[in-house]
Design a binder for this molecule. Structure first.
Ligand code: APR
Ligand code: PHB
Length: 389
């Protein structure tokens, strides 16, 4: 088998890359370890930055997103018993859209398959060789047959636990946080129209949603928590305490999904090794507090597609040579923002009284100063793709 770009992983990064390349006449094959049903049902985050939505619109992927996505023009920070809105529309003239990552994945798969795209689900034993000049991806297909995919370049879009990062020895920057998030999806109508990030002495809580009938909620918990040890009643009680504010009521309902997510800041440098290009979670992880994971994956493949097209058409290497540095600038900006939001909103296990006062001071300043609120808003709605500060 032969293709121009061999893509490992059918998450948002791999699927969007395949779509962007196809629009420029570049062919690709996507190899995915899981089944289509599995990747379409995997519950992940759901905040799309402004530049993400603009790109999806520009490349014809936003029909359902424009119908069903929820436009938000701000968020609330809740602390010390008070609620403080950060008005994105006023501060930076842009907003975000709440639309589940698995909805983006469904739209991408449908668009690729409608267009004759080649996605192989349920592949195993994926190997990558020949990265100096003529890459070959080995894999076992869903039918058990061993295959070889020869390509010009390989895109490693196989997430944090994938194999492509292991094809070389990048320098790794890794920090784990001493807490995790217990997340639930509940069949309960949202009672508030925007996201609420709460800093409470018991720990952080986040109020989000997925649609007119579904609320998405998170609680800070210790890192090795087993989700099964929290009963639904305990979860609702704790959410009620941590999110409490005047005039706010939480609609309770059946919990339809429950899971624990670890919190980590991780970057692998560089994001390129010969003919292999890493994108998305394969190269970097952010703690979810800034809602940046999927957006970074999308920004990476936007830059990558624009670099690969001139390379594959007429051997122009300038874009692929700049790929890693260009992406890493934006990645580190998002790493900083996600770390900053995380540090400002979570309670450290040692509950250091100085740290607590510093957090409250930062929160008060962020909501009181237009300059500070604008910085939060600008980072939250998303910096432009390509070159970053
Ligand atoms: N071979 C083929 N596919 C693989 C392999 C492998 N060896 N290992 C992992 N995969 C697949 C996974 O099953 C997954 O579907 O690669 C895909 C990677 O997708 P994501 O994890 O969604 O990563 P990415 O596309 O970079 O998107 C980043 O995902 O984790 C969230 O918060 C993160 O929202 C962000 C987004
Ligand atoms: C979500 O809706 O799942 C969500 C929202 C905001 C975040 C993280 C997750 O910061």
């Amino acid at each position: 088998m032969r293709t121009q770009v061999g893509i490992v992983g059918a998450g948002p990064a791999g699927l969007l890359l395949s779509h962007l390349l196809a629009r420029s006449g570049v062919d690709s094959v996507v190899l995915e370890a899981r089944s289509r049903t599995y990747v379409e049902r995997r519950v992940r985050a759901g905040v799309l930055e402004h530049p993400t939505v603009e790109l999806l619109r520009e490349v014809g992927l936003a029909d359902r997103l424009d119908r069903e996505g929820m436009r938000h023009e701000g968020i609330s920070l809740r602390f010390d018993g008070g609620d403080h809105r950060i008005d994105f529309a006023d501060l930076v003239g842009r907003g975000i859209t709440v639309y589940g990552q698995q909805e983006v994945v469904k739209d991408l798969i449908a668009a690729r398959l409608d267009d004759g795209g080649d996605i192989r689900f349920e592949v195993s034993e994926v190997t990558i060789d020949g990265l100096a000049d003529s890459p070959v991806i080995g894999f076992t297909g869903a039918d058990g047959r061993r295959e070889e995919l020869h390509c010009d370049v390989v895109a490693g879009c196989d997430g944090f636990h994938g194999i492509s990062r292991g094809a070389f020895v990048p320098e790794v920057f890794d920090r784990q946080y001493p807490f995790a998030w217990l997340g639930i999806l509940a069949k309960a109508a949202p009672t508030h129209h925007e996201l609420v990030y709460a800093n409470h002495p018991n720990g952080f809580a986040l109020y989000s949603m997925r649609g007119p009938e579904i609320t998405r909620l998170y609680l800070q918990v210790p890192p090795d928590t087993d989700a099964g040890t929290w009963s639904d009643t305990q979860i609702w009680d704790e959410l009620g305490s941590r999110l409490a504010a005047e005039g706010f009521t939480l609609n309770e309902g059946p919990v339809i999904e429950k899971g624990v997510t670890g919190m980590r800041s991780f970057v692998a440098e560089p994001m390129r090794h010969g003919r292999l290009f890493l994108a998305g979670d394969a190269a970097h992880i952010v703690p979810p507090t800034g809602a940046k994971g999927m957006n970074l994956a999308i920004a990476d493949v936007h830059v990558l597609a624009e670099a690969l097209v001139p390379f594959l058409r007429h051997g122009d290497e300038s874009g692929i040579d700049a790929y890693s540095d260009t992406c890493l600038r934006r990645v580190w900006r998002a790493e900083h923002f996600s770390w900053w939001m995380t540090s400002m909103l979570h309670v450290a296990p040692d509950d250091d009284p100085i740290a607590r006062r510093l957090q409250l001071s930062q929160l008060r300043y962020t909501v009181a100063s237009r300059a500070a609120a604008t910085s939060l808003a600008e980072n939250y709605v998303g910096l432009p793709h390509g070159v970053s500060p």
